[in-house]
Design a binder for this molecule. Structure first.
Ligand code: COA
Length: 260
């Protein structure tokens, strides 16, 4: 499908989704968020897909936030709808059936950082700048930043970033635990693809179950998470992938997982 604010490319069982509004540093407007929802729905149904990478078009930005020119004249009712749209879209990323890697290739600000925080793993290039500058515009983060950032890096560190609106570089973001890895700018996408390929060679049902268990487990208590893990683990023993994975190990060969 053709999109205006997005580009979707496939390489085998990996998809690369680029936010494609480089003239405005890939700022997210309503139309792009709606397109993103459509693309995520379509990709979720692709039987071949195993990992999704999200990045930004151009050299300068991953996503420099929600589109300020669109937000500037919103009233409270329109803002409510826009924030709901943002949350709904980011939840689709968080609940996407396969792992989602954010390849942060420049500015990841406001809604851009919030989108990355909804991904499973964040890789950043050395030139990345990350932050939640909403308070500098007289608003608070509205696409999940006040919720996902403290869960990831702790309350006090998140509050410092949110209250100051300060941007941090990739190295500081790594120290804070926001990004998994910092890459040379020219190698970011290759590293993201290599990571994606590594994940994609594992048992697909097991990877999918692991994502759900981590996500759901973090929302509930430890005992509830343990119970979910036991059940999911046992269920994997009725898959062909488990038989194949263990048989291949014992036969000293590479497994051929079919996702069944
Ligand atoms: N919404 C709409 N347009 C945006 C944008 C956003 N979030 N971020 C950047 N743009 C536009 C700029 O208005 C500019 O458009 P123009 O060429 O028509 O003037 C273009 O993208 C390039 O940005 P510019 O500001 O000229 O680049 P810069 O290198 O000087 O600065 C940033 C880069 C990211 C520091 C700066 O663009 C910025 O602060 N953006 C807003 C970040 C923000 O507050 N995001 C949170 C929104 S809730």
């Amino acid at each position: 499908m053709a999109y205006e604010g997005l580009k979707v490319e496939k390489e085998g069982n990996i998809a690369i989704l680029k936010i494609n509004r480089p003239k405005v540093l890939n700022a997210l407007n309503r139309a792009t968020l709606l397109e993103l929802q459509g693309a995520l729905r379509e990709l979720a149904e692709d039987p071949q897909l195993r990992v999704l990478i999200i990045t930004g078009e151009g050299e300068k930005a991953f996503i420099a936030g929600a589109d300020i020119s669109e937000m500037a004249n919103m009233d409270a009712k329109e803002a409510l709808e826009f924030s709901r749209l943002g949350h709904e879209t980011l939840r689709m990323i968080e609940e996407f059936p396969w792992p989602v890697i954010a390849a942060v290739n420049g500015y990841a600000l406001g809604g851009g950082l919030e989108l990355a925080l909804a991904c499973d793993i964040i890789l950043a290039s050395e030139n990345a700048r990350l932050g939640l500058p909403e308070v500098t515009l007289g608003i608070s983060p509205g696409f999940g930043g006040t919720q996902r950032l403290p869960r990831l890096i702790g309350k006090a560190r998140a509050k410092e970033l949110i209250f100051t609106g300060e941007m941090v570089d990739a190295k500081r973001a790594y120290e804070l635990g926001i990004v998994n890895r910092v890459c040379e700018p020219g190698k970011l996408l290759e590293e993201a693809k290599a990571l994606a390929r590594r994940i994609a060679q594992n048992g697909p049902i097991a990877v999918k179950a692991s994502k759900e268990l981590v996500n759901e487990g973090l929302e509930g208590g430890l005992r509830q998470g343990e119970a979910m893990e036991i059940e999911a683990w046992a269920n994997l023993f009725s898959t062909q992938d488990q038989k194949e994975g263990m048989k291949a190990f014992l036969e000293k060969r590479k497994p051929e997982f079919r996702g069944q």
